[in-house]
Write a protein that binds this ligand. Structure first.
Ligand code: 3AT
Ligand code: MG
Length: 367
C-alpha cells in the first residue's frame, strides 16, 4: 500500500517536473549569445598572443560544461608560450595583460587580493549583444580546467545532470544564494552538491564515481598526477564515458529534484559532514579532515611579497575533487549558510515549490 508520505512525495515530484520542463525552455541562453561569447574569446586570444605569440587562452567553467545560463560569465586561463622562460617574466604578465586589454578598449581590472591573480573584465551591452558579459582571466590554473572536464564527463554520463544543474542554478540565483562574494556558494559548489546526490545518495545511483574507476594500464604519470609548487594532486578520472553502463535509475527530473531538496533539508549532516565526491560513499567527517574551526591563513599577492589574511571557514564543507585541502564551501559565511544556503531556504522552498501546481505557478511569478 502507498503511504500518505509516498503520495505526497510523488505529487511534489510531479509538480517540480512540470516547473522544471517549463524553466528549461526559458533559461538556456540563445545560440546567438553563446556564439557571441566564443567570438569575444577569440578576440581575447589574439590580444594575449600579442604579449606572448605562442600563449594559449583556454576556456573553462560553464561555457565548456554546457551549464551556462543567460547571466553566466566567461572563465578562461592564460598559459604563457615558450617565449616566457623565467618566473619573473611570468609574474609580470598579469599586469601587462591588464594594460594591453585597457589599450584595446576593454574595461579590465587586475585583482591581486584573491586566492590567485585574476583579471576581471566587463563587456558592456552592444547592439549585437544586448546582455552585459563578465569575463575572468586566470593564470596557469590547470586544476580549474581539469575539474571542468570532470564535470563535463559526468554530464556526458546522463542527460539529467545538465537539466538538474540548470534548474538548481536558476533557483539559487533567484534566491540570491549564488554569490561567493556575498557569503553564499559558487555555481561550482552547487554542481558538486548535485553530483554527490546523484553518485552516492539516490538509489539506484544515476552516476558512477568516475574517480574510482579502474586506471587503464597504459596511463602515463602525467595523466594521474599534477604537481603545483610543493603539492602533488591526484587528477585522474575516467574520461571513457562511452564504456560506462547506462544508469538503472529511471526517476524523472522532478523526482530527482524532490529527492535533492529532501536530502539537503532533512538528511545531510551539515554540522559534521564533508561532501567528498572523490570518496567511496561521498562523505567524510569534518573531524577527520580537521575542518572544524575557522582559520586565517596568509595569501600571496601576484608579486609574491605582500601577504594578508584569508579566512578558511567550514560552516559548509565541500571538498574539491582534486585539490582536497580546498573547501569549495569556504565562501559561505554565517548568514549565508544558516539563513541562506542551509535551513530557511531549503526547507521553505521545498515546501513552497512543490506544494501544489497553483503554488508552483505563483512561485515562478514571484521569483
Ligand atoms: P556560472 O554559469 O558562471 O554561474 P560556472 O559553472 O562557470 O557557473 P563558476 O563561474 O562558479 O561556475 O566557476 C567556474 C569554474 O571555476 C568552475 C570550476 O572549474 C572553477 N571554480 C570555481 N569556484 C571554484 C572553487 N571554489 N574551487 C575550485 N575551482 C573553482
Ligand atoms: Mg562561470
Amino acid at each position: 500500500p502507498v503511504t500518505h508520505y509516498e503520495q505526497f512525495f510523488a505529487e511534489q515530484a510531479f509538480n517540480l517536473d512540470q516547473l522544471a520542463s517549463t524553466l528549461l525552455n526559458e533559461i538556456a541562453p540563445p545560440e546567438s549569445e553563446i556564439s557571441f561569447r566564443r567570438k569575444l574569446l577569440q578576440d581575447l586570444k589574439r590580444i594575449c598572443q600579442q604579449l606572448s605569440p605562442t600563449a594559449k587562452l583556454v576556456p573553462f567553467g560553464s561555457l565548456v560544461t554546457g551549464f551556462a545560463t543567460a547571466s553566466s560569465d566567461i572563465d578562461c586561463v592564460f598559459f604563457p608560450g615558450s617565449e616566457v622562460t623565467t618566473e619573473d617574466e611570468f609574474t609580470e604578465l598579469p599586469s601587462l595583460l591588464e594594460k594591453k586589454l585597457q589599450e584595446e578598449g576593454f574595461n579590465a581590472q587586475l585583482l591581486t587580493r584573491t586566492r590567485v591573480p585574476i583579471i576581471k573584465m566587463v563587456q558592456k551591452p552592444t547592439a549585437e549583444n544586448p546582455q552585459e558579459i563578465q569575463c575572468d582571466i586566470g593564470f596557469r590554473n590547470h586544476l580549474a580546467i581539469r575539474n571542468t572536464h570532470l564535470l563535463l564527463s559526468y554530464s556526458e554520463c546522463d542527460a539529467r545532470v545538465k537539466q538538474m544543474v540548470l534548474v538548481i542554478k536558476w533557483w539559487a540565483k533567484k534566491r540570491h544564494i549564488n554569490s561567493p562574494y556575498r557569503g553564499t556558494l559558487s555555481s561550482y559548489g552547487y554542481v558538486l552538491m548535485i553530483l554527490h546526490y546523484l553518485i552516492n545518495i539516490v538509489q539506484p545511483p544515476v552516476l558512477p564515481n568516475l574517480q574510482l574507476q579502474r586506471i587503464p594500464e597504459n596511463t602515463s604519470d602525467d595523466e594521474i598526477y599534477h604537481k603545483q609548487g610543493e603539492n602533488i594532486y591526484n587528477i585522474w578520472f575516467s574520461q571513457d564515458t562511452e564504456s560506462i553502463q547506462p544508469s538503472l535509475n529511471t526517476s524523472t527530473l522532478g523526482e530527482l529534484l524532490r529527492g535533492f531538496f529532501d536530502y539537503y533539508s532533512y538528511k545531510f549532516g551539515w554540522g559534521q559532514s564533508v561532501i567528498s565526491i572523490r570518496t567511496e560513499g561521498g562523505l567524510l567527517s569534518k573531524q577527520d579532515k580537521g575542518w572544524t574551526a575557522a582559520k586565517s591563513r596568509a595569501a600571496n599577492t601576484v608579486d609574491g611579497n605582500e601577504t594578508w589574511e584569508v579566512k578558511d571557514r567550514y560552516l559548509f564543507a565541500l571538498e574539491d575533487p582534486f585539490e582536497t585541502s580546498h573547501n569549495v564551501g569556504r565562501t559561505c559565511n554565517g548568514p549565508g549558510t544558516y539563513g541562506g544556503v542551509r535551513r530557511g531556504i531549503f526547507f521553505d522552498d521545498m515546501v513552497k515549490l512543490t506544494g501544489s501546481i497553483a503554488g508552483v505557478a505563483r512561485i515562478r511569478d514571484e521569483l
